[in-house]
Ligand binder design. Structure first.
Ligand code: PEP
Ligand code: MN
Length: 336
């Protein structure tokens, strides 16, 4: 249920509602709009009498939210959320581009890539230090050493860093070095991890599971918001279909559909979405045309030597070309 307060409801009236919600055994989440405050009532599904809230001072109405996701829904918050990452905004008029290698492999590779993507116009850096690989024999990432290299790349370029966290225990370590916590596709339904990052103040980039529905993605985001962290960016990264020519099938539909259901920013990962470098740029452009608030793109100076995902990584000059084209599409649809 959500409770919509009247325009001009006083602070005391809002506090009275919150006290009552908590007394009834629920949690209150406030959304302050430009005109009125909306209060989300979150808790188990015990029957409650909405009318008892509707007669309280300052309340305009109560609304039963039928979708299973509440705090991430447009019912709870109509206007777009803006997630700020060191001065870069996701969810506002700009289309933010995150770029970098799949994995941090060594200092030279990471620093070279970082400078190249910055030069090309990227606003944030990516690079995995903890890698979820299909095979236990594949490169698993450099761990803390990789995080240190990422931090050096951030210092040299001024670009904020996005990196994956794989377990709740890694939170203290990873947050020492990163600006954004990435939850990978394979961990989208790792509920303990979602709750842990929900208690952090760091922005979270939540990737869609390769076999997850949009509702499941939104329910995972709900876990994070329910713990108090509202800085969540959703990421479509391709799903499994019967098609085998490409690694995954980029679900472009997900972009406008998610934007209609949730106020959270939605970005696209064309690299994992299509899985072959020569198709990354057209898919990226389609994502922007469809309304994505950003892109996350894999770039490597020597893709043929990459320790992971070389086949879908763009050379820096190809990434620069993608940015140029992205700019043209963004401008055409009134974005920056
Ligand atoms: C990645 O970003 O390199 C990655 C492992 O992505 P995903 O979790 O979407 O497979
Ligand atoms: Mn990758």
């Amino acid at each position: 249920m959500i409770i919509v307060m009247r325009a001009g409801a006083t602070q005391t009236q809002i506090e009275n509602i919150v006290t009552r919600i908590e007394k009834d055994g629920f949690t209150a989440h406030l959304s302050d709009g430009s005109e009125r405050t909306v209060i989300g009532v979150i808790g188990d599904d015990r029957p409650m009498d909405r009318r008892t809230y509707e007669i309280m001072d300052g309340v305009e109405k109560s609304v039963q939210v039928l979708q299973p996701f509440k705090l991430v829904s447009r019912d709870f918050q109509e206007h777009d959320s803006i997630v700020r990452v060191n001065g870069v905004e996701f969810g506002s008029i700009g289309v933010g581009i995150i770029a970098g290698p799949c994995s941090v492999e060594d200092r030279t590779q990471m620093l070279e890539t970082a400078h190249a993507v910055k030069e090309a116009g990227a606003q944030a850096l990516r690079g995995g230090a903890f890698k979820p690989r299909s095979s236990p024999y594949s490169f698993q990432g450099l761990g803390e050493k990789g995080l240190q290299i990422l931090a050096e790349a951030r210092e040299q370029t001024g670009l904020p860093v996005v990196t994956e966290i794989m377990t709740p225990e890694q939170l203290p370590l990873v947050t020492q070095y990163t600006d954004v916590l990435q939850i990978g596709a394979r961990n989208m339904q790792n509920y303990e991890l979602l709750k842990t990052v929900g208690r952090s103040i760091h922005p979270v980039l939540l990737k869609r599971g390769m076999m997850a529905t949009l509702e499941e993605l939104l329910m995972s985001a709900e876990y994070i918001l329910a713990e108090g962290n509202r800085n969540v960016i959703l990421c479509e990264r391709g799903i499994r279909t019967f098609e085998t020519y490409t690694r995954n099938t980029t679900d472009i539909n997900a972009v406008p559909v998610l934007k209609s259901l949730t106020h959270l920013p939605v970005i696209l990962d064309p690299s994992h979405g299509v899985g072959k470098w020569n198709f990354v740029t057209p898919v990226a452009l389609a994502g922007i045309a469809a309304g994505a608030d950003g892109l996350i793109v894999e770039v490597h100076p020597k893709p043929e030597e990459a320790l992971s995902d070389g086949g879908q990584s763009l050379l820096p000059e190809r990434f620069a070309d993608l940015v140029q084209k992205a700019r043209a599409i963004a401008t055409t649809i009134g974005r920056e």
